[in-house]
Design a protein around this ligand. Structure first.
Ligand SMILES: *[C@@H]1O[C@H](CO)[C@@H](O)[C@H](O)[C@H]1NC(C)=O
Ligand SMILES: *[C@@H]1O[C@H](CO)[C@@H](O)[C@H](O)[C@H]1NC(C)=O
Ligand SMILES: *[C@@H]1O[C@H](CO)[C@@H](O)[C@H](O)[C@H]1NC(C)=O
Length: 596
């Protein structure tokens, strides 16, 4: 039967549309969101011929028998991470830009002091105005700050610092032991992100130099790394073996930096190195004492990640978990192992680590505690210990929730982030301590404040109380605000994890309350940490010195400029600046370009 002319056209057009949708679905044809950056093949820097030492010339004792290359599948278009922001009103914009300027001024003050007082050293000492080497002596603050300089539009400072970084010598170190994890997140991450933002080829050469050094720490019989690495022995050609004791975060948080280095150079050795580690985590995820999670201490020599009994998302574990969704995104969603690692670990954390603290206004918040399993793994005891370091988890859940379309995770991410905001706002100086204890509620749904329960918990934690002291005196003596039962570590060392999650939750939900919370955090931190030359760590945020402020330590770690002030700056910036749909940020807040 012959169709009328117009019907035939309709049929033809319909079939064409269906065909194009099909192509789109199977990734044969997809218009890119932005013009793709031209991929220039990587040209290695010419090696100097002055006979100086280069890591890549060291004899390899345990050559690789095979090498896992980067996946070749076309990157998927992953679900959108950021909220669809609408246009902002004039007065809102003015206030936001004023706040952003205040953050930039805080950064510039520190940077100028570093430049004058501690140039090319690892850290500025913000009280004495001296400098120190604490991370290998390769100008940690300089390298860590490169991308912040770029993002804050301090281009002259960026070019000066980039130029100076070219002479950094990774064939030698001021430390006897190189920390492979810190070197990866600060130096390798710093160079890679500064390269991804600026396109400067010299920065990629420096990243390769760091990467060549790091790979030597993997020259062991089973190709597991030595994370506290005696580089001189290695340089002298000695044989090395991976240790039988290592912190799990140091083993598990090298993936995004190593992957990005392989992506940018086309050299698969770095991806191969972390792929071996990922396989191990994958194989043993359900074999630990708390299936889904891995303990704080693991044994890379025997490739056993199951023996230890202590679990946390906090210190010594944190970035292992953080990197699963980030690595998934960086690989364009083509490596499903990272989704499995993320989902199974978060399920176990929800069950065993997250608790709802009892707080005076019954806010519906969560915190991530610690857990201890018995040797058989048959019982688990949860410790209601809140570490500042666990505050990153809110951002991880929001990012994972978006990438894997899991609204429950986004909602948990909000509650954990609100827990950290609560912890800041309920300390006398408005800043959360390094580690504290709270009262966990039995139920996450029903959690009603009781002053009696709280004082009883304070007394219980205190242990032997002198008979002449009552609860009120103990609370005054211990300086614990309502809700807290103990403050185990009273420092605030300029850490970023709380503002990190507040920033990610703002970008994910678009809820302006996060910007307001960020501003409160910023002013509180500035109030107590400013010094003549920069900002200093606080040794006890509950104490008051002669100046009416908490006492300070003469330390300003490089993450203050690399992370804390970058997150404060970004939350008051246009949401398209370092969009989470274009970048993943490593655990030192260095943005690495996602494929598209
Ligand atoms: C870097 O240090 C190594 C080892 O001390 C030395 O051999 C080399 O000459 C140095 N390179 C530069 C460019 O200073
Ligand atoms: C600064 O911190 C001190 C000590 O905690 C506090 O008493 C004071 O109110 C704070 N000032 C501002 C402006 O936040
Ligand atoms: C909530 O907990 C309190 C104290 O434990 C209890 O008295 C109350 O009945 C509970 N309410 C609900 C709705 O479960």
């Amino acid at each position: 039967m012959a169709l009328p002319f117009s019907r035939r056209w309709t049929l033809f057009l319909t079939l064409t549309v269906i065909f194009l949708l099909f192509l789109y679905q199977v990734h044969i044809y997809r218009p890119s969101r932005q013009p793709p950056t031209p991929i220039k093949p990587y040209k290695p820097a010419p090696q100097s011929t002055d006979g100086s030492f280069h890591w890549e010339n060291r004899v390899t004792h345990y050559p690789l028998e095979s090498l896992t290359p980067l996946p070749t599948e076309r990157p998927k278009t992953l679900p959108r991470v950021q909220h669809e922001f609408s246009t902002e009103l004039g007065p809102d914009r003015e206030l936001r830009l004023q706040r952003r300027q205040d953050v930039k001024d805080a950064f510039t003050r520190c940077w100028q002091s570093y430049r004058v007082k501690a140039w090319m050293l690892d850290e500025l000492s913000p009280i004495s105005g001296a400098g120190r080497n604490s991370f290998g002596g390769w100008a940690a603050t300089l390298v860590d700050s490169l991308d912040t300089l770029w993002i804050m539009d301090l281009r002259d400072e960026f070019h000066e610092a980039t130029h100076s970084s070219m002479v950094l010598n990774f064939s030698t170190s001021t430390d006897n032991t190189v920390n492979i994890f810190e070197t990866t997140i600060r130096y390798l991450g710093g160079f890679l992100a500064a390269h991804d933002l600026s396109g400067d080829a010299g920065l990629l050469h420096k990243a390769v130099e760091v990467g060549e050094m790091l790979l030597v720490a993997f020259d062991t019989p089973n190709h597991m790394p030595i994370t506290r690495w005696e580089w001189q022995k290695a340089a002298n050609g000695e044989r090395q073996t991976a240790p039988d004791w290592m912190l799990v975060s140091e083993l598990g948080s090298l993936s995004v930096e190593f992957t990005r280095l392989s992506q940018l150079t086309g050299d698969h050795r770095w991806y191969d190195a972390i792929q071996r580690i990922t396989s191990l985590f994958d194989e043993q995820q359900q074999k630990t004492k708390i299936p889904g999670l891995w303990p704080v201490v693991v044994n890379p020599r025997d490739q056993d990640l199951t023996a230890d009994t202590t679990f946390t998302l906090g210190g010594m574990s944190d970035s292992l978990y953080e990197y699963f969704p980030k690595e998934y995104a960086l690989l364009g969603g083509v490596e499903p192992t990272y989704q499995k690692l993320y989902e199974q670990s978060v399920s176990a954390a929800i069950k065993h680590l997250f608790f709802r603290p009892m707080v005076p206004l019954d806010e519906d918040i969560l915190m991530s505690g610690d857990a201890r399993a018995n040797n058989e793994g048959s019982s688990v005891v949860v410790e209601p210990r809140a570490q500042h370091l666990t505050c990153f988890a809110g951002g991880m859940l929001a990012l994972g929730g978006r990438l894997f379309s899991n609204e429950e995770h986004v909602s948990l991410g909000q509650k954990i982030t609100k827990g950290c905001i609560w912890a800041y706002e309920n300390m006398p100086a408005g800043v959360m301590p390094e580690i504290a204890h709270l009262v966990p509620c039995q139920s996450k749904q029903n959690c009603t404040w009781s002053t009696d329960l709280w004082t009883a918990a304070v007394m219980e934690r205190t242990g032997d109380v002198p008979s002449n002291k009552n609860a009120d005196e103990i609370i005054v003596q211990k300086r614990v605000p309502p809700g807290y039962t103990d403050i185990d570590d009273r420092r605030y060392i300029l850490r970023p994890e709380a503002i990190e999650s507040v920033f990610i939750l703002y970008r994910v939900t678009g809820d302006n309350a996060y910007r307001e919370a960020a501003w409160k955090m910023f002013t509180a931190i500035q109030n107590i940490t400013q010094t003549e030359y920069g900002n200093a760590a606080i040794s006890d945020i509950t104490a008051i010195g002669a100046d009416g402020l908490p006492p300070k330590d003469d330390r300003m770690e490089s993450f203050w400029l690399a992370e804390t002030l970058k997150y404060f700056y970004l939350i008051f910036s246009d949401p398209e600046l370092v969009s989470l749909d274009e970048y993943v940020l490593n655990t030192e807040a260095h943005p690495l370009r996602r494929p598209f």
